[in-house]
Design a protein around this ligand. Structure first.
Ligand code: C5P
Length: 285
């Protein structure tokens, strides 16, 4: 096998509770991840010269050692003292720095792909250890699951075995958010702690759309809006569309509305597309 082509999906956070700040500077979270059918394509090809190269035509994606797929390959190459290198070609569809974890998903997909391409046969445990060193959102994508609860930094993953399939309208305003800044602006006193993830998960299990919509939660919202006040206007606009609930994903600025069905998601997409770019109708994948 000389090359592999893989799909690298995005995620939404339907529930994100910030529990506390840790001595290492990160925040402990309780979050519910949903994998969605918005994908980047990642092609990996063996490079006998030993080099690691990244090709991507998106202007905001670095193609040097800052790229997480580069870092993933470097980690494995060093640990296993490999002679062979790899070329990555990334076709970006997931908006960058949006709260959809596109870069983290690319990194996890690179680890999974390299384990096969370089015949390393890594166990899930080993893959997760590498994933954690690359970023808090990377471990979720090591699992082949649609739903999971993330705790710790968001990197401790418990897959949820559910048949639930949801539909959403997703809108990504063209405002760059930096995860680090969003977490730094969190006011832990303001984050409400009364909603319980177990209540959320019971509604999720029952596919009770209106209950899920009412329980969507993202404790990063006030810091997201503090850093980019225009986002309130976009959220308010989404709320007028008659969805079951609207929330930011991760550290934003991606906003999603939970819709009753595909038709409603497509109708809302048509409405929003008249005014904005980066509008998607997505579903659980
Ligand atoms: O893990 P990742 O590199 O994606 O995190 C980016 C930044 O976001 C971290 O440096 C940290 O400041 C912040 N963060 C946090 N708590 C988390 C996840 C991220 O404070 N659970």
């Amino acid at each position: 096998m000389r090359s592999l082509s893989l799909r690298s999906p995005a995620k939404l956070n339907l529930f994100l509770q910030v529990v506390n700040k840790r001595p290492d500077g990160y925040h402990n979270l309780v979050t519910v991840f949903e994998r969605i059918d918005l994908f980047d394509d990642l092609k990996l090809t063996l490079n006998p010269s030993g080099d690691i190269r990244v090709f991507c035509d998106h202007p905001d994606v670095p193609t040097d050692s800052r790229n997480l797929v580069f870092k993933a390959a470097q980690l494995l190459k060093d640990d296993f003292a490999l002679q062979e290198g790899v070329d990555f070609v990334i076709k970006k569809r997931i908006p960058v720095a949006a709260g959809l974890a596109g870069g983290s998903s690319n990194a996890a997909t690179a680890l999974l792909g390299l384990s096969r391409l370089w015949k390393l046969d890594l166990t899930r445990r080993e893959l997760l250890a590498y994933a954690r060193t690359l970023g808090s959102d990377v471990p979720f994508f090591i699992y082949d699951c649609s739903w999971a609860i993330g705790t710790g930094r968001g990197d401790r993953i418990k897959p949820l075995i559910l048949d639930t399939k949801l539909r959403h309208i997703l809108f990504v305003p063209s405002i760059k958010m930096y995860t680090k800044e969003v977490f730094a602006a969190v006011n832990l006193e303001l984050t409400k702690t009364n909603d319980d993830v177990n209540i959320f998960n019971r509604s999720l299990k029952k596919s009770d759309i209106s209950a899920i919509g009412g329980l969507l939660r993202n404790d990063l919202e006030s810091s997201i809006i503090k850093l980019a006040p225009d986002l309130r206007k976009f959220k308010d606009h989404m709320m007028t569309l008659n969805t079951q609930g609207v929330s930011f994903s991760g550290s934003g600025p991606a906003l999603f509305g939970l819709t009753k069905n595909r038709q409603q998601a497509e109708e809302m997409k048509d409405i929003l597309q008249k005014q904005y770019s980066q509008v998607f109708a997505v579903r659980t994948f």
